[in-house]
Write a new protein. Sequence first.
Length: 397
Amino acid sequence: MNDDSAVLLHVAGARRWQTKRADEISLVMPDSSPSPLQRSRQSAKPMAGTTHRPSKPSPPPHAPKRLAPSRAPLASLALLLLAAAGILLYSQSQTTPPSSQIDVRSSESPALSSPTVESIDGARAIWELPAAPARAVLFVAHGCRCRPENFWPPSQSCPGCVGLPEDVAITARALRRRFAVLAVASNEECWSLEQEVGATKRAIQSWTAKNGLGERPVFALGASSGGYFVSRLATEMNLAAVVIMISEGAFGPAGAPAGYPPAMFLHMPKDHRRAASVERNMKMLRGNGVEVKEVRSVELPLTPTLLSDRIPGLDHGLSERILKMFSEEGFVDDRGYMRKDGRATPWKDAVVKRGFWEEVSRWAEHIQEELNLAYGYHEMTSLQADEMFDWIEEHLT
């Protein structure tokens, strides 16, 4: 029904009833509260990376109003006002809800609900295709003592998935930008630069062919040990571009061979030794005619809602209690910055001592990743994910 038709119907009704007495008319605004936040997949972490859970909206500014009882001469006016209110409510229902009611986390990190877990040429792999036809393939290589399960949250199709926030946010953004995502497990705790390069190349080629992606460009992203690995993988297979995260890459004395793909170094300059190595390898690559992009990820302070903002499902109240404990234990300075790397901070013992480990335990790995990220020394990061994917998309052919 359009607005003109609604007006005509309401006016006609008013004329039919204008001789009747209107005892009382109440205009009550509908409940505008959003539905409860649902945990996806994903965030999808997500991710440029920071996502926010919407706060509870304020009460509607218009409280329920009552019109005073009126005699027949006023009934028509009252009913016309009711008709106008109905039209206004109808039109409001067709518009986008206020930003305070939008689930920002779900819009940033769409649900990852259908990953496939399988063995590809003997290697454990997890992969997912985007909802729309894929434009390209993103191969992701985990770091030491990590696993493909970090890149997807637990689901019916992947009950063993962990879903670490930074990893999941990268997967979510890749899928939203129509990249098919493939993660393969290393044979040991860390990647072997000699034995696994050839096997992984064959696994990627086998998987892309099986899923009709053989003609799509392939990009590779690796963090830490995975960064060394993808830098070496780029010398053995045709990659459209490579992202080397918190790693200087492994090139050997001969440097990069001819035809090496464009390379992004996404690193944390607080790690001075690695930052110097990154600078040296970027200079070498540029000298060999390779396109190079540098992105730096720096430390950030712990705020009361940092953990709940970045970890889907973690409660705001729990996030605030953890930060309060960090402050009282001296784990952060006066500005909220971590005094030590998250791995070197005895925060778990402090939580146990204060008696709320049961609430925290299910989030321990997720919190650990965010503490490492906040310290800004060596951790998977999605803070610059949009900048990274913008650069990757420049190399789509």
